[in-house]
Design a protein around this ligand. Structure first.
Ligand code: ADP
Length: 429
């Protein structure tokens, strides 16, 4: 590519005027010749300027007009620039069409909208699932089309860590899961999935577990009654007594498992809590403390409760009792004889803080993420000894989810563990 410097341009003009000056000096018509040359020179430049103007604004052809000297290079430069822009535009168009094709192939409704709510684009499923009309709804505010107050608040909150479940705006039999994520500059991507079947299956599973646990309760109580009678009548026969004791232990384990399954179904099934009722947490913790001391005494453990006697929260007592007692009993169960367990209940700037610390064996890091899964046990044989079912921390997780909080677990193998959570200030009474 030719680049003209000032010096080269000067020489180009100089070479035009030099013969004219020499001729002018010989013929003594210097001024006239200079005038004529300047007019012709200007006319020559205007001719090519006009050609450039026609090419850019009139013919708009992709073929270059023929040019001379400086103008030829200017034409080529502009033409190359045009080609580059055309290529970039085509690439962008390809990216957009690939994105649209991909979004159309998704099994979810996809809507792109501006931060303020103005709809930029939606796929075909958004038209079926949300009742959007395309292209008529382009530029419409999304909250005018999905008017549910929960959705409007969800958008306004600008915090999209958790999805939002809502009944479909066009079919009340369908349950939709709304997920919003920041997209490009100042835009949002809404992905809507039909979760009716999934939620229905989840509900059926919960009902099934709740019903089975309930039905198992009666035969287990009967069994326990007969075991007690057998135990009394077999006092002299040591062999028989041993068998009956094993039977008794296993039935007690099964009863505990059934109770935990029922608690978990109840907590999972409670969609929202009644936050009008206040729970006297210090009184609740005093009860748990006396039960813990009785349990810990068998293992000569030191158990210390430190609580703020005025700190209480609203919600469901059964759920918080299950969460707190499970953490305390786990600490007792998984701390060897002579260990130390500390329980804290105090006010922090972020909310009410509950923490159970123990000097037990600790948990290896690879297990920590899975501890709140149903039936997850680090060491099944050790849990069996403690009568554990693997449901305790799952109960804690679900109970805490009603308080918009999470269980924090810190543990070091051989040193001990710390299980804690913070109930946000808006639940404190
Ligand atoms: P489980 O009924 O078996 O105790 P949990 O859900 O309460 O079930 O606990 C899951 C697993 O987490 C337990 O099996 C145990 O291995 C581990 N765990 C829970 N609490 C502690 C603790 N304080 N110290 C060490 N391990 C613990």
């Amino acid at each position: 590519m030719k680049v003209y410097t000032w010096k080269q341009l000067f020489w180009a003009i100089f070479l035009v005027y030099l013969p004219v000056i020499i001729l002018g000096l010989f013929t003594e018509l210097l001024l006239e010749l200079l005038l004529v040359t300047t007019v012709l020179h200007n006319a020559w430049h205007y001719y090519f300027l006009k050609k450039l103007n026609d090419w850019l604004w009139v013919s708009k052809s992709t073929v270059l007009p023929p040019g001379k000297s400086v103008w030829e290079h200017a034409y080529i430069g502009i033409h190359n620039m045009q080609q580059r822009h055309r290529k970039r535009r085509n690439n962008l168009a390809n990216v957009i069409s690939r994105f649209r094709e991909g979004s159309e192939a998704l099994p979810d409704a996809v809507v792109v909208f501006k931060k303020e709510g103005e709809i930029v684009w939606c796929n075909r499923l958004a038209q079926f699932q949300l009742g959007f009309k395309w292209p008529e709804d382009a530029g419409e505010n999304i909250t005018n089309l999905i008017r549910h107050p929960d959705f409007v608040n969800y958008l306004r909150s600008d915090v999209y860590n958790e999805p939002l479940d809502l009944v479909s705006p066009i079919n009340s039999d369908k349950l939709l899961e709304f997920r919003v994520m920041p997209y490009a500059k100042n835009q949002r991507l809404l992905i809507v999935r039909d979760v009716t079947t999934y939620r229905q299956m989840d509900e059926n599973r919960r009902h099934f577990v709740a019903n089975v646990s309930h039905e198992l309760r009666t035969p287990l109580t009967v069994l326990q009654g007969y075991i007690e009678i057998l135990e009394m009548s077999a006092q002299d026969d040591k062999m028989q007594l041993k068998t009956i004791q094993v039977l008794d232990q296993q039935t007690a384990r099964m009863c505990a498992l059934v109770e935990q399954l029922m608690t978990l179904s109840k907590i999972e099934g409670a969609a929202t809590l009644d936050f009008h009722e206040s729970i006297n947490i210090p009184a609740l913790l005093t009860q748990i403390e006396s039960e813990a001391i009785a349990l810990g005494r068998k293992k000569s453990q030191s158990i210390q409760f430190k609580m703020d006697p005025k700190l209480s929260v609203v919600g469901d007592e059964m759920q918080l009792r299950s969460a707190m007692s499970n953490l305390v009993y786990n600490a007792i169960n998984y701390t060897p004889e002579g260990g130390c367990i500390k329980v804290l209940w105090k006010k922090l700037p972020e909310g009410a803080y509950f923490c159970v610390m123990d000097t037990g064996d600790g948990i290896a890091p690879e297990h920590i993420l899975h501890l709140t899964e149903r039936f997850y046990r680090v060491d099944a044989s050790r849990s069996r000894d403690t009568g554990g079912s693997g449901l305790g921390l799952s109960i804690v997780k679900h109970a805490l989810s009603h308080y918009d909080t999470k269980l924090q677990i810190e543990s070091n193998v051989g040193e001990g563990s710390q299980f804690s959570f913070i109930i946000p200030n808006n639940y404190i009474c």
